[in-house]
Design a protein. Structure first.
Length: 688
C-alpha cells in the first residue's frame, strides 16, 4: 500500500517579480509554475491565506458528523457557511448527490498551523446502484468548497466501472480552493454543462490518486469553460480532461503536475458528435510538468478556436513524440484537419524552444469515447470489510513535512522529484490543552464597523484599526494589536463591492493565549468606478496608479495628463508581448486613444486626464497579441466593430492587476485600463 501514501508538498510560490520602479530595463521571462503571482502556495495547505475561521459571523453551524452536515445544509441560505470541524472525520458512505444550496460555502481549515483540514469520505456500499454517484453537487450558483479533504474509496488503478466523483458543478460561479481531493477513481471534480463564461474556478488544491483505467480524471469538464490555477496534481490518469464539445475550454496556469500518470497529463477529447473537432479553446501557460513518460498535453481533434501552450517547463520524452501532440481517431488522414495548436516559448528537457514542436499522430484504431460506467450499472468493487485496503479510508494525509520540488540554477528552475517508498506517518494530534485559570483565553473580538473607500484606493491607504478589543473567556475585554499585512493579497482596489479582510492578533500579553486562532475581521466596501466627467475643457477621467507597473489607456484626443501627487513615472509604448516590459519610452503627450501603455510609478498616485472624446476609435491590429485601449465608456468586446469580423483568437482579453501583479481575463473594457488581446489575423477595430 505504500505507493498510495506517497505525499507531495509544495514550496511557497515565487512571486511574479517583473516590477522595476524607475527604469525601463526589460525583465527576464519566467517559465513554469515559478511565475505563480497569486500570493498563495501552489496546492494550498501551509501558507494559504484565505482560510475561513469558525468564528466568522457567516458560519451557521460547526459540524462533526453526517447528521450535522446534512442538517446544516438543509437549513443553509445564500451567504451562509457550514464549517466542518478541523478534527472531523465524516463518513458519507451510502449518501450521495448531497446538494449545496445557492450561495453557500462548506469550509474547514486545511493549512492553518499545518492542519490537514476536516475530512469527508465515502466507502463503497452494496446499495450503491446509480451510474453517476457524486459526494456533493451544486443546487444553484455561487457555491464554494474550501479547506477540506474529500476522500473516495478507490486508490487503485483498476476500473471497477464506478462513475462516482467528489464534486459536480451544475451552476455558475463555482469555486473549489485549498482542498485535498483524492481516491475518486473516475474523477475528483466534474464541471457539467455550465457553458462559456460561467465562473468555474478551481485553484490551490492538491488533487491526486484518481486513476481508474479508461477514466481517472483530476478535473473533467463537459461543455464548460474553467480556470484551473495553482493546483498540485499527481497520480491522476489525466489531471485535466475536456470531453470535446463545442463549449469545452480551459485555461491552466501556475500548476505543478507530478510525475505519475497513466496517460497525458492534460487532455482534450474529440467531440463524440463530430470527430473533426476537439473542444473550443485551451490556454496552457506557466505550468511545470515533472514527468517524463507521458505527453504534457494531448489534443484530440481540431480545437474550434485554438490551443496555446507557452511558458511551461516540460520534460516529456513520451514515445519520441515530445510533450505536445495532436491526434485523430476513426477518420481518414485526408479528413483529419490538423492544426490550430500553437506552441511557443517553452523549456523542454532543459532547453528553451521558441517555436513548437507539435507532434501529429493519426491513429488507425477506431475512436471510442471513454465510458465511465455501463448503462446497467453494478458496483463490483470490493466492499468493506472484505477488502479494507481499498474501502476503509484509514489514510490521513498531512502537510507537516514539505518537500522542495525545485533546485534553482540561475534563471532556469529545473524541476526535480524526490522519490520515496515510505509510508507517510499519520501524526498524533493532541487535543488543545485546557488553559490554567491564570491564563486569559481569547474567545472572540468585538465587531469592527465597515470601512468605505473610493474605487482605486490602495491597501496601504485603508485606515484599518491597529488594535481591537479581544473578548476574554471570563467576559472581560483586553486591547490587543492587529497585523493586517496578510490581508493585502485578498484586496483589489479595481473591483467594486465588499471584501472581508482578516487580521492576525499579535503581540499578546504573556498571560493571554489564542489557541483557536481567532482573528479580527472587517468588511471593506470599495466604491463604484468613477465615470468620465465633463469639464470646461472637455471630458475628464481619473486613472489610479499603484506602485510598480500599471497597464493604462487614454480615451481622449489631445489629452492633458496630470499627476495628483509627486511620483517618478515612466511610460512605455509596449511591444506585442504581454510578458515583456520592453518598449519605447515616451512622454504623456505621445499617448493616443486605442492603445495600451505601461506606466511605472514610484508611489501610489492618480493621473487626471482631460481631453475630447472622439466619436469612435479606429486601430489597426496584427496577428497575435496586441495592446488595446478602452474608450470613454464601458464596452463589451463583442460590441467592438471589426473588419474582417470575428478576429478574436480568445473569447476574452487580459487586463493587468497592479496590486496582485498578474493578468486577469475579462470581456468588458473599462475607461482608463489597458488590455492585451489575441487576434487570429490582421484586422481593423472600430470602438464606438
Amino acid at each position: 500500500m505504500s505507493e498510495y501514501f506517497t505525499r507531495l508538498c509544495i514550496v511557497c510560490a515565487v512571486f511574479f517579480c517583473i516590477v522595476q520602479l524607475s527604469t525601463a530595463a526589460p525583465t527576464t521571462a519566467i517559465y513554469g509554475a515559478e511565475a505563480n503571482p497569486t500570493g498563495n502556495p501552489i496546492g494550498g495547505g501551509i501558507g494559504y491565506s484565505d482560510i475561513i475561521q469558525p468564528t466568522d459571523p457567516r458560519v451557521i453551524a460547526i459540524v462533526h458528523d453526517k447528521a450535522g452536515l446534512l442538517a446544516a445544509l438543509n437549513k443553509a441560505k445564500s451567504g451562509d457557511i457550514v464549517y466542518v470541524h478541523a478534527n472531523a472525520n465524516i463518513d458519507m458512505s451510502g449518501t450521495h448527490n448531497t446538494q449545496i444550496p445557492s450561495g453557500v460555502t462548506i469550509a474547514s481549515n486545511r493549512g492553518e498551523n499545518g492542519a490537514p483540514g476536516g475530512r469527508i469520505y465515502q466507502n463503497v456500499n452494496r446499495a450503491d446502484t446509480s451510474n453517476s454517484l457524486r459526494l456533493f453537487e451544486t443546487a444553484g450558483p455561487n457555491v464554494r468548497i474550501t479547506g477540506l479533504r474529500l476522500q473516495g474509496p478507490y486508490p487503485t488503478t483498476q476500473n471497477y466501472r464506478d462513475g462516482r466523483h467528489a464534486i459536480r458543478s451544475n451552476h455558475n460561479n463555482f469555486e473549489v480552493d485549498n482542498c485535498e481531493i483524492y481516491h475518486w477513481g473516475y474523477a475528483g471534480i466534474r464541471i457539467h454543462h455550465t457553458g462559456p463564461d460561467s465562473g468555474q474556478y478551481i485553484h490551490h488544491n492538491y488533487i491526486h490518486t484518481n486513476q481508474f483505467s479508461g477514466t481517472g480524471y483530476g478535473i473533467v469538464l463537459l461543455d464548460s469553460e474553467v480556470l484551473i490555477e495553482a493546483n498540485l496534481f499527481d497520480k491522476n490518469r489525466h489531471s485535466i480532461t475536456g470531453l470535446g464539445g463545442p463549449n469545452c475550454a480551459f485555461e491552466a496556469r501556475y500548476n505543478i503536475v507530478g510525475p505519475s500518470a497513466a496517460s497525458a497529463y492534460f487532455d482534450m477529447h474529440q467531440d463524440p458528435n463530430n470527430l473533426r473537432w476537439g473542444g473550443n479553446w485551451v490556454y496552457i501557460h506557466h505550468n511545470t510538468f515533472l514527468g517524463t513518460d507521458q505527453n504534457a498535453f494531448n489534443q484530440r481533434g481540431r480545437p474550434r478556436t485554438g490551443a496555446w501552450i507557452e511558458y511551461n517547463i516540460m520534460d516529456s520524452r513520451y514515445a519520441g513524440t515530445g510533450p505536445v501532440r495532436q491526434t485523430f481517431h476513426d477518420l481518414a488522414p485526408a479528413q483529419s484537419p490538423y492544426g490550430n495548436v500553437y506552441m511557443s516559448n517553452n523549456i523542454i528537457q532543459g532547453t528553451l524552444s521558441k517555436i513548437g514542436p507539435v507532434f501529429y499522430l493519426h491513429d488507425t484504431k477506431g475512436y471510442v469515447e471513454p465510458t465511465p460506467y455501463p448503462i446497467k450499472h453494478q458496483v463490483n468493487a470490493p466492499i468493506s470489510p472484505q477488502n479494507p485496503e481499498l474501502t476503509n479510508n484509514n489514510y490521513n494525509s498531512d502537510n507537516s513535512n514539505p518537500v522542495s520540488y525545485y533546485q534553482a540554477t540561475g534563471n532556469y528552475v529545473k524541476a526535480t522529484y524526490p522519490p520515496t517508498n515510505t509510508v507517510t506517518p499519520v501524526p498524533t494530534r493532541l487535543p488543545t490543552p485546557v488553559p490554567t485559570p491564570k491564563l486569559n483565553r481569547i474567545d472572540g473580538v468585538t465587531a469592527i464597523a465597515d470601512i468605505a473607500v473610493e474605487y482605486g484606493t490602495s491597501f496601504q491607504k485603508i485606515e484599518l484599526p491597529r488594535t481591537v478589543q479581544a473578548i476574554i473567556h471570563d467576559g472581560s475585554e483586553q486591547t490587543v494589536s492587529v497585523d493586517w499585512s496578510g490581508a493585502a493579497s485578498g484586496y483589489d482596489s479595481t473591483t467594486s463591492g465588499t471584501v472581508r479582510l482578516r487580521g492576525i492578533l499579535v503581540n499578546l500579553p504573556g498571560d493571554t493565549i489564542n489557541p483557536d486562532g481567532i482573528a479580527a475581521q472587517v468588511n471593506v466596501r470599495v466604491g463604484k468606478k468613477p465615470v468620465s466627467q465633463t469639464s470646461s475643457s472637455g471630458q475628464q477621467l481619473t486613472i489610479p496608479l499603484q506602485i510598480g507597473w500599471n497597464l493604462i489607456s487614454v480615451p481622449y484626443e489631445d489629452a492633458e495628463l496630470t499627476l495628483t501627487s509627486p511620483a517618478t513615472v515612466q511610460v512605455l509604448d509596449p511591444t506585442n508581448n504581454p510578458n515583456s516590459r520592453e518598449g519605447e519610452v515616451i512622454g504623456f503627450d505621445e499617448i493616443v486613444p486605442g492603445r495600451a501603455y505601461w506606466v511605472s510609478s514610484s508611489s501610489v498616485s492618480e493621473i487626471i486626464v482631460k481631453g475630447t472624446q472622439p466619436s469612435s476609435i479606429t486601430i489597426e491590429l496584427e496577428q497575435g497579441w496586441n495592446p488595446i485601449g478602452a474608450p470613454g465608456d464601458e464596452i463589451h468586446m463583442n460590441d467592438i466593430i471589426s473588419d474582417p469580423s470575428d478576429p478574436w483568437s480568445l473569447p476574452f482579453v487580459y487586463a493587468y492587476n497592479p496590486e496582485r501583479r498578474s493578468y486577469e481575463a475579462v470581456t468588458t473594457l473599462e475607461p482608463g485600463r489597458g488590455y492585451f488581446g489575441a487576434i487570429g489575423s490582421g484586422c481593423t477595430l472600430t470602438i464606438p
